[in-house]
Design a protein around this ligand. Structure first.
Ligand code: PRP
Ligand code: URA
Length: 209
């Protein structure tokens, strides 16, 4: 069974509260999401393996540390997942970025795939899938399945707000994928929106409503 990591750092919680507020506009919403993503990225990369590297400082030679192996790939689920990319890139500028385009059918709430472009060597990388909202878990599970079909073995899911239903579904269908969230909310409503949630993340990021 995968682990669920709730990033309860006070600065993450403070910024998330401002994001949830319906009075917060797109510009601040985007900025806060980027800041939280950087802070969450710090936690999600906490256990990356290190190796030794011989270097020379201006003073002397030393054995220093560097991250071992191929590095990261960030894979946002379009559209809203895009809002979490820049924050992680600030932390890991060499990370490659793939894109998976999915939207929820408004009636059935089932995800519909419309785009997939991934780095060629993605199967050799630690993949961080980003999507601010984990509601029914349908979009996340489809994205994870697509990545596994392309050989990815080391995947982590990074969300801002999750419903218990979404977490259960990802854990059931992808027990090897750890989930990182800033908050686990109460439930889904009849439209499969997270309650209390923050509304439609894509619309709030891109100002489309
Ligand atoms: C939202 C969100 C997730 C999905 C979550 O995207 O960003 O991708 O819904 O819902 P689920 O867990 O029930 O699948 P949406 O389909 O609204 O598309 P958008 O990002 O383009 O706005
Ligand atoms: N997608 C969103 O953007 N918000 C929700 O609450 C659920 C799905």
């Amino acid at each position: 069974m995968s682990q669920v990591h709730v990033i309860d750092h006070p600065m993450v919680q403070h910024k998330l509260t401002i994001m949830r507020d319906k009075e917060t506009g797109s510009k601040d919403f985007r900025q806060l999401l980027e800041e939280i993503s950087l802070l969450m990225g710090y936690e999600i990369t906490r256990d990356l393996p290190l190796e030794n590297k011989e270097i020379e400082t201006p003073i002397c030679k030393m054995t220093a540390k560097k991250v071992r192996g191929r590095k990261l790939a960030i894979v946002p689920i379009l559209r809203a997942g895009m809002g979490m990319v820049k924050g992680i890139q600030t932390l890991v500028p060499v990370a490659k970025v793939g894109h998976i385009g999915l939207y929820r059918n408004e009636t059935t709430h089932e995800p519909v795939v419309y785009y997939c472009k991934l780095p060629e060597d993605i199967q050799e990388r630690l993949v961080i899938v980003t999507d601010p909202m984990l509601a029914t878990g349908g979009s996340a599970c489809d994205a994870l399945k697509m990545l596994k079909e392309r050989g990815c073995k080391n995947i982590r899911m990074m969300c801002l707000v999750a419903a218990p239903e979404g977490i259960e579904r990802v854990q059931r269908e992808h027990p090897d994928v750890d989930i990182y969230v800033a908050a686990i909310d109460e439930k889904l409503n009849e439209d499969a929106y997270i309650v209390p949630g923050l509304g439609d993340a894509g619309d709030r990021i891109f100002g489309t409503k």
